[in-house]
Ligand binder design. Structure first.
Ligand code: SF4
Length: 367
């Protein structure tokens, strides 16, 4: 069993973000924990617990989980541990923004059981951070890393975004070098996507921002792939790389289609072929739970074709790849010849060049 807790609060919305967030200057930490623990109580009868009783990973994602008080994180973990068995070696991750990471906050997270922090860095360039409407400065990143290291939390992941508009003049190579210098165990590298109904989407619609072109996007992705290898990181999933033994176990569970329970506004759950999701807005989520109702908004059952498509995508986005028999032989040969895949030990694995074409390659074998 894998648990995801969505903490929706952010100080303001970043220009590119279309996540389910609630912008709050004063974060209602106690009200949030009350609501989540009510949902937790309701979820104890989920049949998924019969098959998977032990909690192997817990992930506080957001939003910005570092904006609720550390004591709130403690309350949630204590309650989970009281009701369920948390594996002795469970991975417990908290997403944090650099400006929230103080020595005392990190020490408290560690004391409550958090053993991995995923830090939202995105860039070390002040101009870029300002353009993104990020709330931290570049100088706050090494300070946050020091605080995390001093607390005894040994697993640190940094998030960076590539594929920014060329006009920003962002030096991707320099940002990667800054990240490597901090020696994180793990790096997540996401390509910027322009989502409708975000400030970036509006700027793009009005012609004020030109998205990066495909060639530059590809060049930055491939540059990162090579640099990761040169610095001892295994690029084990299209957006993730870790030092040996430091793959993200929570996300890896999603890619294996393991069962997971999501709590909080907009959180999704998955058990076998069933998918459920909660109402998106924090205020609606809180109201429903305060009146004793479930925050569940919808559920669906994936049919065989949807399961197959999901398995193909999830397999090909990781270095595990797919069993050879799942890829028609002529296509596998074509991919290998083009440099998009390798074939070994009965498996087809996409290369970095192949990952750039994932969305085109999967449909070609799904039909
Ligand atoms: S901090 Fe993260 S979740 Fe919050 S607005 Fe920015 S990108 Fe979105």
């Amino acid at each position: 069993m894998h648990l995801y807790l969505h903490v929706p609060f952010c100080a303001r919305r970043c220009t590119y973000c279309d996540f389910a967030i609630a912008v709050r200057r004063d974060v209602p930490s106690d009200a949030y924990v009350d609501a989540v623990l009510r949902e937790w109580t309701l979820r104890q009868t989920d049949p998924v617990w019969d098959a998977s009783p032990e909690v192997r990973t817990i992930y506080f994602g957001g939003g910005t989980p570092s904006r609720v008080t550390p004591a709130s994180i403690g309350r949630m973990l204590e309650r989970i541990a009281a009701d369920r068995t948390i594996a002795a070696d469970a991975e417990i991750t908290l997403e944090a923004n650099p400006e929230d990471v103080t020595g005392s906050a990190a020490a408290a997270w560690r004391a409550f059981g958090v053993n991995r922090v995923s830090l939202g860095v995105q860039s070390f360039d002040p101009t870029v951070l300002q353009w993104m409407h990020r709330t931290h400065t570049a100088a706050q990143v090494p300070e946050a890393v020091d605080a995390i290291r001093s607390s005894g939390i040994e697993d640190l992941s940094l998030d960076l975004i590539f594929g920014l508009p060329t006009a920003l003049g962002r030096d991707w190579r320099a940002d990667l070098a800054h990240a490597f210098a901090l020696q994180p165990e793990h790096l997540s590298l996401y390509g910027l996507t322009v989502e409708a109904h975000t400030p970036l989407g509006h700027w793009t619609d009005r012609g004020e921002v030109a998205p990066v072109d495909e060639d530059r996007y590809a060049a930055e992705f491939l540059l990162a792939h090579d640099a990761l290898g040169a610095h001892g990181y295994e690029h084990y999933e299209i957006s993730n790389a870790g030092r040996p033994g430091h793959r993200a176990r929570h996300n890896s569970a999603y890619w294996r289609r393991a069962p997971f329970v999501g709590l909080g506004p907009a959180a999704h759950s998955g058990m076998g072929n069933e998918r459920r999701w909660n109402v998106r807005e924090w205020s609606a989520y809180q109201r429903l739970l305060a009146s004793g109702n479930s925050p569940l908004e919808g559920r669906e059952f994936l049919d065989a074709a949807a399961v197959t498509l999901e398995e193909l995508y999830l397999g090909l986005r990781t270095v595990e790849g797919l069993a050879l028999q799942r890829v028609p032989a002529p296509l596998a040969r074509q991919w290998v010849q083009a440099g998009w895949a390798t074939e070994a030990e009965g498996r087809v694995r996409l290369t970095a060049e192949g990952w750039l074409r994932l969305d085109a390659l999967v449909p070609s074998i799904a039909t």
